[in-house]
Design a protein around this ligand. Structure first.
Ligand SMILES: [Zn+2]
Ligand SMILES: [Zn+2]
Length: 167
């Protein structure tokens, strides 16, 4: 959605609210499409006398796959977004400011960029997820699989450290 800011461009104190849904279902992250549900975008652009301030949030439920146990899981996303807008850039190097196009701001672009930058590279269904057995592939969250006794994870970490030092 594009928001026409011309009604507030020269009116200090004025603001324009926005509230719409964004379809990001086509966004691909390493073969996964976490934005399966519409993203609700709300907020407002406010004329702060010498600056235009956009403040809003993007909310949705992400459909993710756990990197450890490979199970799909859902995670709520509440992403606050705040950025300055300007009709022209005084400093060409400043990429923190979003430039208006004919007095309009491209909200789709602002919030799509924010959502992409916010995505973690790694996802785990829970910090306690035990993952899969490297030997038989069983989900260790559902109990031990009967492969050779697991090493105490503290010793496993120590062994890894020692292995590294020996390289
Ligand atoms: Zn997991
Ligand atoms: Zn196993």
């Amino acid at each position: 959605m594009r928001l026409d800011l011309r009604p507030i461009l020269h009116v200090p104190g004025a603001s324009l609210p926005f509230d719409f849904t964004l379809d990001l279902s086509g966004l691909d992250f390493y073969g996964e499409r976490p934005f399966a549900h519409p993203v609700r975008i709300t907020g407002a652009v406010r004329n702060m006398a010498d600056a235009l301030l956009l403040e809003g949030s993007a909310e949705t439920t992400l459909e993710l796959v756990c990197d450890r146990c490979l199970k799909p899981f859902r995670q709520e996303m509440h992403l606050p977004v705040s950025t300055l807008l300007a009709e022209t850039l005084e400093d060409e190097e400043n990429d923190e400011i979003v430039l208006l196009d004919n007095g309009e701001v491209d909200l789709d672009e602002v919030f799509t960029t924010a959502a992409v930058l916010n995505m973690d590279a790694k996802h785990v269904c829970s910090e306690d997820c035990k993952g899969l057995c490297p030997t038989c592939g069983a989900d260790l969250n559902e109990g031990s699989c009967g492969c050779k006794p697991e090493r105490d994870p503290r010793f496993a970490a120590l062994a890894q450290l020692l292995d590294k030092e020996n390289e």
